[in-house]
Design a protein around this ligand. Structure first.
Ligand code: AMP
Ligand code: ZN
Ligand code: FE
Ligand code: FE
Length: 274
């Protein structure tokens, strides 16, 4: 078993179509892959269909970016029921907030003399979630920057001139949304400034797992998250957060989840939902 519980496709800010993501993962020997696009389940069906060719298992997943006292907390949901109408209504709402925010970022760039328009992104798929990486790619296309990273560093990151905060749901709201469609909520990349007391608070809200094995996590952080998992009864998971070639998040195959992680997530699902 080779498990990657965190990947993105063109249904959010990944650069590969779901089918190409599956192809890429299969070449690296991945047997179980969670497609966890931001605020969209649009790529799951195509991914599952393609995965059949390789005897690979696709886990239905989602990543919901939340906002907690001005800092960003990302919550992954596993084994969600993507046909749940309340889930789809919520995701649709999140995507609308993303569109509004993208327009505000574009307005800021325009005032700096960089002319891009929301209509430049019309070629995207229906039900795809727009994010800052799409704007970064447009800046790259126009020759203003060389990479997504440079676009974030110069314009899009917090504290940079075209930054706009994402007014998304609260962590409790995202956890409730995931639980309401029989999904298992897991904290994504806690190494990006999620303090221990915040993780403990999330566990009390219903969080079930913590993404421990992750590209930017150092060995001492990994040890710490394993300890936090033990103390708060959380499943230890992991993933690459692969966003495709040219994304700057390209460590697919290098960061896998523990072999027992899927079984443990499924045990939580059975315990919570029967
Ligand atoms: P958004 O969802 O619009 O707030 O954008 C967040 C996404 O941007 C993350 O999921 C990453 O894919 C990407 N991202 C964040 N920081 C960087 C960076 N410094 N370089 C490249 N991509 C980034
Ligand atoms: Zn992303
Ligand atoms: Fe994330
Ligand atoms: Fe992600």
């Amino acid at each position: 078993m080779r498990i990657d519980l965190h990947t993105h496709s063109t249904y959010s800010d990944g650069t590969l179509e779901p089918e190409d993501l599956i192809l890429c993962a299969s070449k690296l020997g991945i047997t179980h892959l969670a497609l966890s696009d931001h605020d969209s389940t649009g790529g799951l069906e195509a991914a599952r269909l393609k995965a059949k060719e390789f005897d690979m298992t696709v886990i239905s997943a989602i990543e919901i970016n939340t906002i907690e006292t001005n800092s960003s907390v990302h919550i992954l949901g596993y084994f969600i029921d993507e046909n749940n109408q309340d889930l789809q209504n919520k995701l649709n709402h999140h995507r609308q907030i993303r569109e509004t925010r993208a327009q505000m970022i574009i307005d800021k760039l325009r005032r700096m003399g960089i002319k891009i328009a929301l209509s430049d992104f019309n070629g995207r798929k229906e039900k795809a979630a727009i994010g800052r990486p799409h704007i970064a790619d447009k800046l790259k296309e126009k020759g203003i920057v060389f990479s997504r990273q440079e676009a974030f560093d110069k314009y899009l990151s917090k504290g940079r001139p075209a930054y706009i905060i994402y007014e998304g749901p609260s962590p409790q709201d995202a956890i409730d949304t995931i639980l309401a469609c029989k999904g298992i909520p897991v904290l994504a990349h806690p190494g990006y400034f999620v303090p221990t007391d915040a993780i403990v608070a999330l566990a009390k809200m219903g969080l079930q797992g913590i993404e421990t094995y992750y590209p930017s996590h150092k060995p001492d952080q990994i040890r710490n998250f394993i300890e936090i998992a033990k103390q708060n009864d959380l499943v230890v998971t992991g993933g690459s957060d692969y966003h495709g070639p040219g994304s700057g998040h390209e460590a697919i195959g290098e960061f896998t989840a523990p072999e027992d992680s899927i079984e443990k997530l499924l045990q939580r699902k059975a315990k919570l939902f029967g």
